[in-house]
Design a binder for this molecule. Structure first.
Ligand code: PGA
Ligand code: ZN
Length: 425
């Protein structure tokens, strides 16, 4: 083993041009590795705290305090420690912070170290990062998961907080479920994406893209977005509902006013039960197999109802609802809400806690979907996490823009180099 000799962090920038943290870990043997943290826009209220400087620079969004927390306060704790003691390192950082939401040091500071430690440990062992995560899952939980290539959800049409258009639903995604391997998945998604562009152009709609690389036109309704996507699947000579399915992320907390779901594109206000009927109607008409944050994160009665009414036909994913938090997920399972969880490591703030949450999901037969944030970097850690833990699904934006494509390109390399790792069934 080779101990940590240096921990160094700097402020860098994410895909929205907003500051974030890059952390580099160097070992005695000379190996070094770095990682960057992502950042959300439609965040859940119970996420761990992303420490921002709140000054006048960078519109208050600087992370220099969090960077200094790493370099001045956390780095000295790590010198000499074996980087493959990931769980001990994460727990030590969490203990030093001392708060439930990591607000003393910042979840962004702790996660930056946690990610860089994982990269350095894998590099020192000379194994791919996905294999390191697979081993770590076994070490932390005692269970083994077979690594596999995940099926992506490509967010090809953006609305909500991720675009300046009028569309209420945040993400309209395609799932190339009938593709035979990852290369075919990428071909289909790229062809559908470019057909969608041509269809939008032919209707004189804008083809500028939103935060996650999907097109962001203003449309007459949310349903029109789905119709355009169906058209683009068919234009690619693929069959909607057979080759390609559709997933939505409503991010409904963003348009719930405490009483009603306000769909501004359609000029309607719906109660929880009415919004559930609205979604049921869409599921009945189109091949929608997954809906994320269908309802507000505090509308638990609504969540119980939709799980009863749609839970057998549709993957119901909790993002803001569970915020990658094991305790919140366990409570949700007890209450019978949702059947799947979105996994974003910066919602909870460390690799170890992320793994425990995925384990809790597995124990309760909940599906896990590894996810990017709307503010991303060229960091590709989530691709390896999805493969190593064999969770089966990933969502990391459109097949467009380097911050999104970096993850898909990493998956193409994994598929190319590891013939024993197959597409998850
Ligand atoms: P966020 O969006 O990163 O802005 O939270 C992604 C999502 O809601 O899934
Ligand atoms: Zn979401």
């Amino acid at each position: 083993m080779s101990g940590i000799s240096k921990v160094d962090a700097i402020q860098v920038f994410d895909s929205r041009g907003i500051p974030t943290i890059s952390c580099k870990i160097t070992l005695d043997c000379g190996v070094s590795a770095s990682a960057m943290v992502p950042s959300g826009a439609s965040t859940g209220s119970k996420e761990a705290l992303e420490l921002r400087d709140n000054g006048i620079n960078y519109h208050g969004k600087g992370v220099l305090q969090a960077v200094s927390n790493i370099n001045e306060k956390l780095a000295p704790l790590l010198i000499g420690i074996d980087p493959s003691d990931q769980a001990e390192i994460d727990n030590m950082l969490i203990g030093f912070d001392g708060t439930e939401d990591k607000s003393t040091m910042g979840a962004n500071a702790i996660l930056a170290i946690s990610l860089a430690v994982a990269h350095a440990a894998a590099k020192e062992k000379n194994i791919p990062l996905y294999e390191y995560f697979s081993n770590l899952y076994k070490e932390i939980t005692g269970d083994y998961l077979k690594p596999s290539i995940p099926m992506p959800m490509f967010n090809i049409l953006n609305g909500g907080e991720h675009a300046d258009n009028n569309i209420d639903i945040q993400e309209f995604m395609i799932i190339p479920s009938g593709a035979k391997d990852f290369s075919e998945i990428m071909r289909w998604s790229s062809e559908i994406y470019h057909h969608l562009k041509n269809i939008l152009l032919s209707k004189q709609y804008l083809t500028a893209v939103g935060d996650e690389g999907g097109f962001a036109p203003s449309l007459k309704s949310n349903e029109e977005a789905i119709k355009l996507i169906i058209e683009s699947i068919e234009a690619s000579n693929l069959k909607p509902g057979k080759d390609v399915h559709i997933a939505l992320d409503c991010a409904a907390s963003e348009f719930f006013d405490g009483e009603k779901y306000i769909l501004k594109s359609e000029n309607i206000k719906l109660t929880s039960a009415e919004f559930i009927s609205y979604l049921k109607n869409l599921v009945g008409k189109y091949p929608i197999i997954s809906i994320e944050d269908a309802l507000d994160e505090d509308d638990l009665e609504g969540w119980k109802l939709i799980t009863k009414e749609l839970g057998n036909d549709c993957q119901l994913v909790g993002d803001d609802l569970f915020v990658t938090n094991e305790k919140i997920l366990s409570n949700g399972v007890k209450q019978g809400i949702a059947n799947s969880i979105l996994i974003k490591f910066n919602q909870v703030g460390s690799i170890t806690e992320t793994i425990k949450t995925i384990h809790c999901a597995n124990e309760n037969k909940f599906k896990s979907i590894i996810s990017h944030r709307s503010g991303e970097t060229e960091d590709t850690t989530i691709a390896d996490l999805a493969v190593g833990l064999g969770v089966g699904q990933i969502k990391t934006g459109a097949p467009c823009r380097s911050d999104r494509i970096a993850k898909y390109n990493r998956l193409l390399w994994i598929e190319h180099e590891s013939t024993d790792i197959l597409l998850n069934e």
